[in-house]
Design a protein. Structure first.
Length: 229
């Protein structure tokens, strides 16, 4: 079965939730930040559940947090799929999105991977039988167009541009529909805020640069830009 979507499309799915969080930016741009970035990129306990300077500052499950996102998501991607659709969440962390999605679609076949062994080990036992530790720069075991939907929440900007071609090739290979969100900026203030906030990002591109990447790396799925304003 061939993918029907040929042109990348910008969508709005997580922006409202992202904008609902208040952030302090300048406090994280200090002499200590390089050390914090190095620690964050280990994707261990400190990144997920350590001090805020290393990452999330405590990555805990909040009941209903994903409901509005799933409401939008199912209208765009899931409403025409069978109840046992297959979805892969790349960079799934502790699998909270998949946990809530499984509640809504108990017959769905949900998979997720993350480079963090710590996060996968901390995932809910109800879903972690299909979660696994994996590096996005390596090929997965899945066959061509195995997944109905591929998602990646905040994954791609953690790689350098010369690494992205492989990742997009793998996305296109294993999935029929795709949704990704990436961090971006529209002005100098947003770039500064992003540089203050980001601990793991290796790529800082504006929307036009991201669209150039999508075109040249032949990404045909949907995308969303997250801004720090």
């Amino acid at each position: 079965m061939k993918k029907k979507n040929k042109n990348p499309r910008e969508v709005k799915i997580v922006t409202q939730l992202h904008n609902s969080v208040k952030r302090e930016y300048s406090k994280y741009m200090s002499e200590e930040k390089p050390k914090c970035m190095t620690e964050a990129k280990k994707y261990g306990k400190n990144f997920f559940d350590g001090e805020r300077k290393y990452g999330y500052g405590g990555y805990y499950y909040i009941d209903g947090r994903w409901d509005k996102i799933i409401n939008i998501f199912e209208k765009i991607y899931l409403k025409k799929l069978p109840e046992n659709f297959k979805l892969l969440d790349a960079g799934c962390g502790k699998g909270f999105f998949l946990k809530d999605l499984k509640k809504r679609y108990p017959l769905s076949r949900l998979y997720g991977y993350d480079i963090s062994k710590y996060a996968i080990n901390k995932s809910d036992k109800k879903i972690n039988y299909n979660l696994f530790v994996h590096d996005a720069l390596k090929k997965t075991k899945f066959s061509k167009l195995f997944f109905d939907v591929y998602t990646a929440f905040g994954l791609l900007h953690n790689f350098k541009i010369n690494q992205m071609k492989f990742i997009f090739d793998e996305i296109n290979r294993i999935s029929k529909k795709q949704y990704i969100w990436v961090e971006s900026y529209r002005n100098d203030k947003e770039l500064y805020n992003l540089q203050c906030w980001a601990r793991t990002a290796d790529s800082f591109f504006d929307p036009d640069e991201w669209r150039w990447i999508f075109k040249n790396f032949e990404y045909t799925g949907d995308y969303e830009f997250i801004y720090f304003n």
